[in-house]
Design a protein around this ligand. Sequence first.
Ligand code: FAD
Ligand code: EPU
Length: 342
Amino acid sequence: MEIQKSISIKQYNSFGINAHANLFAKFSSIKELEEQVELNRQTPILILGGGSNLLFTKDFGGLVLKNEITGIKEIKEDEHHIYVQVGAGENWHQFVLHCIRKGWAGVENLSLIPGQVGASPMQNIGAYGVELKNVFYSLEAWHIPEKKMVNFTLNDCEFGYRESVFKKKFKDQFVITDVTFRLNRIPQFNISYGAIAQELEKMGVKDLSLQAVSRAVINIRSSKLPDPAVIGNAGSFFKNPEVGYAAFEMLKEKHPGIVGYSLPHGHVKLAAGWLIEHCGPAAGTSWKGYRKGDAGCHEQQALVLVNYGNAKGSEIYDLSEAILKSVAQKFGVTLEREVNII
Ligand code: FAD
Ligand code: EPU
């Protein structure tokens, strides 16, 4: 277990921000994690997964601990389900592909989401009509202050849209070490969301399969979202905001093209990408495709902020602040950042 000092974490975050960590180490077991925390008692700790939902606005003065706990174990099964325990350091998409090969259903719509399994409960990852909570069974996490393992059930995690207890209430208190999923033996395909059905048709798929749905999702995602290996980004920078139905009707009257999806209890989820596209740094301009230095708003997906090369985290953050203000000014809607700001 080597501890590195004052290292660049550019290669460890998908925005490609060249921030530095005072101390950096990797751990591949709970024992190694405990030892690192013990050795650095007074030091602030940042648990790092794949770094695909983080924006470093400054150097991190403490210890960055990169999770490398691996392993995929089938722990039990019943008539309808397989229960699979997965080490937090496993790559999410590789885990999805593993499930598909095994014929375990439930995560196929979550194909190609970057990052690690251990971070997936943090914001209850979601895409194409499925959220982590739909397949989540339990997780184990190490409590940093009390140095003990704690088990969390589905209810304990208080999952919401891009939310869990780990993101706010217990922020920086727990290190998730493994996650147990409850996967289906018989697929219940969910292809009603977005362009999945259309993509399957384009692919010439006659009989639905886990592979086909996964491939369709991969195709759609690859056509819409920038690849962090090419342009630095962290996916959607903001959440899609919710408003009441009456507020939505008023917005629609003023802005007939506005995009919103009905939710239960008279709420509507607005497409933040549309709001951002339809305002800009000056009257009559759009943020979409905007660039200042190396910080920008993606040309095809206004919800994704990008680093074209050497942007500082603070420049991306300042751009997000300007976007937030202009959306609030034009639409009276407050955006919330989805990305974790360091
Ligand atoms: P990191 O960025 O390393 O960490 C994120 C947060 O979790 C940090 O606060 C970190 O401290 C904490 N953390 C990480 N691991 C642990 C752990 N083991 N224990 C405790 N805390 C931990 N997200 C979606 O929900 N849906 C999408 O469709 C989606 N698409 C994306 C597309 C692109 C191109 C990119 C770049 C990102 C996208 N994301 C999406 C966001 C991102 O992939 C997810 O949030 C992912 O779960 C982050 O995983 P990570 O391992 O990279 O986490
Ligand atoms: N739109 C625009 N302009 C844009 C972008 C989007 O008008 O520049 C409008 C379009 O009408 C489009 C609608 O917004 O139909 C929705 O866009 P898209 O299908 O690309 O999805 P999204 O709402 O932008 C959300 C998630 C993604 C997830 C996809 C698919 C959030 C914050 N984002 O994006 O998650 O992959 O749906 O389910 O909920 C992430 O969290 O990082 C992420 C990428």
